[in-house]
Design a protein around this ligand. Sequence first.
Ligand code: BES
Ligand code: MN
Ligand code: ZN
Length: 518
Amino acid sequence: MKTSLSFTPPAELESECLCVAVVDEGEGEKNSPKLLAGEDKVTSAASDLIASGEVTGKIFETVMLHAPRGLKAKRLLMIGGGKSKNFSAYELRKVAGTAIRFLKPKGIKSLAFVAPPNWRGAADQSAHSTLVAEREGPADAVRSIVEGAFVGDFDPDTYKSDRKDLSMHEFTVVAPRQSGNSLEPALQAGRIIGESQNFTRSLVNEPGNRMTPTNLAGQAREMVEQLRVPHLTCEVLDGEAIRELKMGAFWSVAQGSDEPPALILLRYNPPGAPEKPVLGLVGKGITFDSGGISIKPSDGMEKMKYDMAGGAAMLGAMRAIALLQPKVKVISIVCASENMPSGHAQKPGDVQIAMSGKSIEIINTDAEGRLVLADGLHYARQLGCTHLIDAATLTGACVVALGMINAGVFANDEEMFERFSRALKRAGEKMWRLPLDDEYREMIRSGIADIVNSGGRYGGAVTAAMFLKEFVDKTPWIHLDIAGVAWMEENKSWIAKGPSGIAVRSIVEFVRGFETLN
Ligand code: BES
Ligand code: MN
Ligand code: ZN
């Protein structure tokens, strides 16, 4: 999708379709729709529709008008943004995605989206939300619109033989001229981040027979080669190297599968970056999780092809980081393996020695994500990472706790958590903090080894995080449990059913937040 900026007044712009957000300025029941076009000509083109009450501003409502009076565009699409006082970049992204997904099936190939004028973001959001609005400028609006448009443009129907190419060809953001020269970089950032999120989604979408650990490593290599960004390198460690590094926890998961594992190591080392920090991004890359000997029920097992979504998020984030070029060192480690039952699979009761030297009693072979991450996190520290983030489809318990709206976020350091919260707001992703109190530690005590790999039924998301905490020691660390949000169970107006690409945007914003401003 080609993206560009236009400073032409919306009414003068020739386009297949001009898209405008509509917010409801009414209080309570009565609604009072307002078109965010900054131009009376656009509002008067829609005056009959507004008078009829068909345009309310209700969130994601779509009303299309052909041959709008007084406008050069062939169509005018009005998309509801909800209550005016709640309208922030979070909604704006989804409004842009809704525009794309509404127009795509109609075969429309180009559209112009009007950036809301005088953009400040929302005045207030739910006090209970981690997305409490920051005041934002027009550049944030442009970035958000473009991100949302790319997210909307993605469809997962790759293997349908009658697949039609419905993708959007041209996306123009219409902005007022006086909004300054920060808009072009914002547009480019939005494109890079949106495309990278879709790269992640395309990896997660692939079935387990195709997306093996070897293939995931190949995709990472290819991505790095294609970007041709100096200072981004990719190295892949094979099973032998994993054993030689004494990654006993990672290897214990891989040993049951005929597919060889891969440790994917990406380094972004830009010139001029300070020695510290070195940010470490560690991802769970289980390309299929059968549960191993503690095998999963067959019902829904097919979904476990998305158990590499954390790893894929890190690859997408690294892609965006390499293109955005912040002056900060980043290392990414993706631990890729299958989790399979076989004659050489590990068994409940086995004891494994992790790379850190800690002994682990395996009481459930289905708690495999924490095993591969234990060694991934330890290795990241050994490579010099001063700050760590991991992302993983780690526990069903996190889905039970938070449903499919918020990911779980855990932190062992308040400053790190503050930084990450700011990144979440900029990225418009929802995550909710869960605890890591020392008292939970006893739930993973073992009679024979240092720890067990499963804390049982209660507080499962927390005990999984407590397990990981054993391997990060004092390093400031964020753990993201994305099990409930990595896969959309239904189509939404702004995003297709299937892989969501969650965490890519937040991680990119987190890394950008470290950039030294000089
Ligand atoms: N990959 C699963 C977690 C998962 C569940 C991801 C649902 C996406 C949707 C993970 O490896 C797993 O099996 N976790 C177990 C842990 C338990 C055995 C301690 C779980 O959550 O049941
Ligand atoms: Mn599992
Ligand atoms: Zn798993």
